[in-house]
Design a protein around this ligand. Structure first.
Ligand code: EPU
Length: 467
């Protein structure tokens, strides 16, 4: 099967890249201009939305990231067409739809969490699907209980088996649903399932991230009537049929923040073309508090370090809070700030594991089970290391590092850029899940690096094998 043909090397898609490494010689400030395209966390969902109709859909501003390629393959395996029709543009058409075979479902689920979002299109159009145990980034348990509960409330029959979950439905029915937590994925699940359900669904305690609003915009173009009301309530009026759409995906605010942190940590200056201020207000405030500054123009946002970096206390949260995916690159910048910083992670219970490699590089990051820095969160009583205290500034030294997940991976790249000496970073294929052509962008900004330099050293291999 051919790929959509973005710039994603086949070894990345086939998970063969873990042995290839990126070598970074640190000590240079990043300076110049790069661009960001459509968000990694909206593009796959917009592609899934295209499966709700048998008509043609066009998606623009599509980034060449491996998550898009994988979902493209998945759509094809379901019987849909996906065609790369121009720079950053794909045309999709699912005139017919068939469930994935168990083997295909297992393969896709091992690489991404998107298969869980196929429930809406498949239950509405085919009446059944099987979800094997899911993959995605290794950042804690990441259960799908909310997803299964909302689908059951919409009338799906949910049968848990030893290797996954089988779902069936005749016709989904609107319901009044309250999420236990404003989960992004569970909110998307309700949206994608309820648009074709009978009558009205009212979802309370919904996620309202800009990525969710982007998906709602697509569904509205397709014929749905969805209103986002006060207090996290979303009302969805089901329709009998959806039609095609043309949509330009919102820019990636996670990638933008990552480049901003790279400018901050390396004392550089980066103009991120395509970045959008309104989706990043909270990040921009924190960026200024820590000693960075920025200039917003119609074309993008320029980021730089305005003076010595200052320590801060912050916590991650659902929108409009400070995103959990901004946390990792920001923590690397905080290792260069004067004083004691506190970061309280309230979205995921286990998202600081990556800091042990930063400590190996010379950082001083200590993890705590308590809710530090202010308010208590749902992880406070559950014995999770979810608060970090960062003492800085600490010089970092180059080392060998294995990428555990996407965001931690990019934060290791930033740490390597700050460090004295050479760092070798393995498993960089994971970074390509969400950062388009990141090695080219780093070079364009003046980084000193070699990409694809072969396998990890014996020491690191031993560490990887025993991890
Ligand atoms: N949760 C449950 N049960 C569920 C679903 C979620 O307990 O059924 C919990 C999760 O374990 C977590 C919290 O709810 O503690 C929030 O999870 P959420 O459902 O909001 O996350 P997600 O939809 O799985 C998306 C992004 C993540 C991003 C989060 C939060 C995609 C593909 N992923 O995940 O992005 O961190 O929302 O904004 O959109 C990344 O880009 O690196 C990334 C991990």
């Amino acid at each position: 099967m051919s790929t959509i043909s973005f710039d994603v090397p086949p070894e990345v898609l086939d998970n063969r890249e873990s042995e290839r490494a990126l070598r970074v010689r640190g000590g240079r400030s990043l300076r110049g201009e790069i661009s960001v395209r459509g968000a990694k966390n909206t593009l796959p969902k917009n592609m899934v939305a295209s499966l709700l109709t048998d008509q043609e859909c066009v998606l623009r501003n599509v980034a060449g990231v491996s998550d898009v390629e994988i979902v493209g393959r998945m759509v094809r395996a379901l019987g849909g067409e996906v065609e790369h029709t121009g720079s950053g543009e794909i045309r999709m058409c699912a005139a017919r739809l068939a469930p994935l075979s168990r083997g295909e479902a297992a393969e896709f689920s091992g690489r991404s969490r998107i298969p869980v979002l196929l429930c809406g299109p498949l239950l509405n159009r085919v009446g059944e699907l099987f979800i094997p145990d899911l993959g995605g980034c290794d950042i804690g348990p990441r259960p799908i209980d909310f997803h299964l509960e909302v689908l059951a409330e919409l009338g799906a029959r949910v049968e848990e088996t030893s290797d996954g979950v089988r779902l069936t439905a005749r016709r989904l029915q609107g319901a009044r649903i309250r999420l236990p937590y404003p989960s992004v994925g569970a909110t998307e699940q309700v949206l994608l399932a309820a648009v074709l359900a009978e009558v009205v669904t009212e979802l309370s305690n919904a996620a309202i991230e800009p990525e969710i609003i982007d998906l709602i915009a697509v569904l509205q173009k397709m014929g749905a009537t969805i209103s986002v009301e006060t207090d996290r309530v979303i009302t969805i009026n089901g329709v009998a049929q959806m039609h095609g759409f043309e949509h330009t995906a919102m820019p990636d605010r996670l990638e933008t923040a990552s480049w901003a942190c790279a400018a901050l940590a390396t004392d550089g200056r980066i103009f991120v073309s395509g970045a959008h201020q309104l989706d990043m207000m909270t990040f921009l405030n924190a960026f200024r508090r820590v000693g960075g500054d920025f200039r917003v123009s119609d074309e993008g946002i320029e980021f730089w370090r305005a003076g010595p970096l200052r320590s801060v206390a912050l916590e991650t949260d659902v929108h409009p809070g400070f995103m959990t995916d901004w946390q990792q690159p920001f923590v690397v910048a905080l290792t260069q700030a004067e004083g004691v910083s506190i970061v309280h992670e309230t979205v995921y219970e286990d998202r600081f594991g990556y800091t042990s490699a930063l400590n190996d590089m010379g950082a001083q990051v200590q993890l705590y089970r308590d809710c530090l820095g202010g308010r208590s969160c749902r992880f406070g009583q559950r014995n999770h290391l979810h608060s970090a205290v960062i003492v800085g500034p600490t010089p970092l030294r180059g080392t060998e590092i294995h990428v555990p997940d996407l965001r931690a991976g990019f934060s290791y790249v930033i740490a390597a850029l700050v460090a004295d000496g050479v760092s070798t970073i393995t498993n960089v294929g994971l970074i390509r899940r969400g950062y388009e052509s990141f090695e080219d962008k780093l070079r364009a900004l003046g980084a000193d690096l070699d990409a694809g330099v072969g396998s990890a050293s014996r020491t690191l291999r031993r560490r990887i094998v025993s991890a």
